[in-house]
Design a protein around this ligand. Structure first.
Ligand code: C2E
Ligand code: MG
Ligand code: MG
Length: 716
């Protein structure tokens, strides 16, 4: 052992120099190493300690080989294991240790050095071997741990996948690239009626639906070719027992490590029930719940499809039951409904058999769509449908007879739009109704255009009134005795911005239909009263009366009496200078509303005239019962044979009227011979082109009322 050999014993000058030389030599040798695990300073400290231990070891008697081995071991333990370590150590120790041994009085200098050097390398090699073993063991252990972990992860994921695969509610199947089933889960097999074992013996082609197969293989090929990763689609499969199974399929591709396609994986969900529900909902959405006929939505859909096919022609028969409302109102809606069901069945039998679509548009309206109708097919169809519908119908104990009217339109799709063709069919239906029902009418573009023009005119009536487009013209009413003008008939005119001057025949009926006649009539009344009152104020001796036409529709308005009163009050015209002209039909209005109004008006002194007498019923019987003042003979009576033959009829009529206290005015007097004869038969006054055409007020004043006096053809 080294005990009893203190370091200070080495401090003799010679020995110290040798020691330093050893350390330096050793350090320089080691410094050539590419890598040392310590700094140069730390290395010197280490080497100093090692050198001292070795000096002690070599100087000991016998040499302390265990200490030398310890130095070798520590070299390895501190990490001095580079290639240069052994040569550098050998050189440094072999060079300096013998001298140092001798300096310390070792008896066996060189021999001791050899022993010590050998022991250093023993220790070194031993430690190095241990170190390598330890490292190898660590690596082996780490590797084993890594493998264990990987295997565990694999096992877990495999187990997890298996669980998902086996227990999944969704069907999962794996097929090779030829379509052979490689694996499938219970859900997939059961979905199509197989056990998993049976299923795994099949190929995809064994259960795809033949109708569906084509598109499916294309997608399959795209997946295999790598052009798409996943495909999602709704697909039909064939169940083992033959029925169809609708599925939502997600197909994807499995590749190997190199990216080569290996398998296709299909995930399938059974959506048969959902599809059925969707189909049911879709059916309900496009069918009428009462009659089960296709509804308006489906009809529109088919019509649009037809319109999307260029060059095609379509025929539409729009039909409406005649007077269906009466059945509903008198027998009740349940009878009405049953009748509609029966009608729908007959319609469908006639139409569907020919491959056309029959739909219910609502209420008692139905429509037939014929795509590319052969010649005459539409009218033949219309005939047979109307005939079928007209057959006696036995409904809930009632024997009913119904008929229908039908509008028939045929057109090329390029010529119109779905909306317009329906409008045309609807308009044509109303022509059929107007022509007497239980018939069909075909569309007539010219007639339609005329009606459209009428409607658009009707629509602008009220705005035109506000815009001041209506003017009142006046026609003289002349005394047949002295030829003087006694009064004026007010006749309305429309100065239309685009169409120019319009006569009443163009718009008065329209105004009556729409009700616009009420404000229009009020306007004429106010204008005429104001105009004539103003004139009369300037000519007190020759006061004129004004005769204003009143339409039947106006007599229905409770405000008529007030309107008249207001016009008189505002203008200052006395009531007896206002005459209101009503036609016979207005007076005979079954509601009696006109008579009521007339009675009230007669109380205000206003005169009432029957206009155009002789064109309607010409019923004399009611004349005495009405509060009348004037009978206006229609121009037909004046120009006809009645007059030329000097028939006693006209003179009888005039006498009768006079007996009732009525004043008689003849209308439409165009010739002086007519005028003369009328005067001879006792007619009181007359109007007509002979005396003056209806004219504007200024024109009237210039021509007839001017300072030249009230000249007329009679007095001239
Ligand atoms: P009406 O009341 O019988 O008016 C007489 C019509 O005969 C006027 O036609 C007048 O221009 C025309 N006439 C006058 N003399 C002759 C003649 O010698 N020969 C011929 N062929 N015709 C003559 P107009 O102005 O076109 O009015 C037509 C109808 O329109 C009127 O018939 C009247 O029923 C209605 N009407 C005119 N203005 C109004 C009005 O302000 N209100 C209402 N409700 N109806 C009006
Ligand atoms: Mg008139
Ligand atoms: Mg008249």
């Amino acid at each position: 052992m080294t005990a009893g050999f203190p370091a200070s014993a080495l401090s003799g000058d010679g020995a110290a120099i040798l020691r330093t030389a050893l350390i330096s030599h050793w350090a320089d040798g080691l410094a050539r190493a590419v890598y040392l695990p310590m700094s140069p300073r730390e290395l010197r400290v280490f080497l100093r300690t090692a050198a001292d231990q070795l000096i002690r070891a070599v100087a000991a008697e016998p040499p302390d080989l265990e200490a030398a081995r310890g130095v070798g071991r520590r070299m390895v333990q501190t990490g001095l294991v580079a290639d240069v370590v052994i040569p550098a150590t050998t050189t440094a120790l072999a060079t300096h240790l013998p001298a140092l041994a001798r300096a310390h009085g070792s008896p066996a200098g060189d021999h001791a050095t050899t022993l010590v050097l050998g022991a250093v390398f023993d220790g070194y090699v031993d430690a190095a071997r241990r170190r390598v073993l330890a490292e190898q063991e660590a690596v082996r252990r780490a590797e084993a741990e890594a493998r264990r972990q990987a295997e565990e992860a694999m096992r877990v994921s495999e187990a997890r996948f298996r669980t998902i695969f086996t227990d999944a509610a969704v069907g999962i199947g794996i097929a090779d690239l030829g379509g052979r089933i490689v694996d499938a889960n219970q859900s997939f097999a059961a979905m199509l009626g197989y056990t998993v074992e049976e299923f795994c013996r099949l190929s995809v082609s064994d259960f795809v639906d033949p109708d569906d197969a084509q598109g499916m293989w294309e997608v399959y090929e795209e997946i295999i070719a790598g052009r798409r990763d996943v495909a999602r689609m709704q697909k039909r499969y064939r169940h083992k027992d033959g029925h169809q199974v609708w599925t939502e399929l997600t197909a994807s591709l499995m590749r190997d490590r190199d990216g080569t396609p290996q398998f296709t994986v299909a995930m399938v969900e059974d959506i048969t029930a959902r599809r059925r529900l969707q189909e049911e909902l879709r059916y309900q959405a496009v069918h009428d719940p009462l009659t089960q006929l296709p509804n308006r939505a489906l009809f529109q859909e088919r019509l649009s499809t037809a319109f999307a096919t260029p060059g095609s022609r379509i025929g539409i028969c729009y039909l409406d039951l005649d007077r269906f409302k009466i059945i509903n109102d008198t027998l009740g809606h349940h009878v009405g409904d049953e009748l509609l069901v029966l009608i729908a069945r007959r319609l469908s039998d006639e139409v569907s058999a020919r491959g056309h679509l029959a739909a219910r548009m609502g209420g008692d309206e139905f429509v037939i769509l014929v795509v590319d109708p052969p010649e005459n097919a539409l009218t033949e169809l219309a005939d047979s449908v109307l005939e079928a519908l007209a057959r006696p119908a036995h409904v809930l104990g009632h024997d009913l007879r119904v008929s229908a009217s039908m509008g028939v339109v045929e057109t090329r799709v390029e010529e119109t739009t779905p909306a317009d063709v329906l409008r045309a069919a609807d308009a044509t239906l109303y022509w059929a109704k107007a022509e007497g029902r239980n018939r069909w009418a075909t569309f007539d573009a010219e007639r339609n255009a005329r009606e459209l023009a009428r409607y658009s005119l009707a629509a602008t009536l009220v705005p035109a009134l506000d815009a001041g487009e209506f003017a009142v013209h006046y026609q003289p009413i002349v005394d047949l005795g002295d030829g003087r003008i006694r009064g004026l008939e007010a006749l309305v005119r429309w100065h239309h911005p685009n169409l120019g001057w319009l006569q009443p025949e163009r718009f008065v009926d329209l105004a009556e239909e729409t009700g616009a006649i009420v404000p229009l009539g009020r306007h004429v009344l106010q204008q005429a009263c104001a105009q004539v009152a103003r004139w009369n104020r300037g000519h007190p001796g020759d006061a004129l009366f004004v005769s204003v036409n009143v339409a039947m529709r106006q007599t229905w308005e409770p405000g008529l009496v007030d309107d008249v009163g207001e016009a008189l009050r505002a203008s200052g015209l006395p009531g007896h200078l206002l005459q209101l002209e009503l036609t016979e039909s207005a007076l005979l209005d079954p509601g009696g509303r006109a008579v009521e109004a007339l009675t009230a008006l007669a109380d205000t002194d206003v005169r009432i005239a029957i206009d155009d007498f002789g064109t309607g019923y010409s019923n004399l019987g009611y004349l005495p019962r009405l509060p009348l003042h004037t009978l206006k003979l229609a121009s037909g009576l004046v120009e006809g044979e009645l007059l030329t033959d000097q028939s006693p009829f006209l003179s009888g009529l005039i006498t009768f009227a006079h007996d009732l206290g009525l004043h008689v005015t003849a209308e439409g007097v165009e010739t002086s011979s007519q005028a003369k004869r009328l005067r001879d038969t006792g007619c009181d006054t007359a109007q007509g082109w002979l005396f003056g055409r209806p004219a504007t007020w200024p024109h009237l004043v210039r021509e007839h009322l001017g300072p030249v006096a009230h000249t007329t053809a009679m007095s001239r």
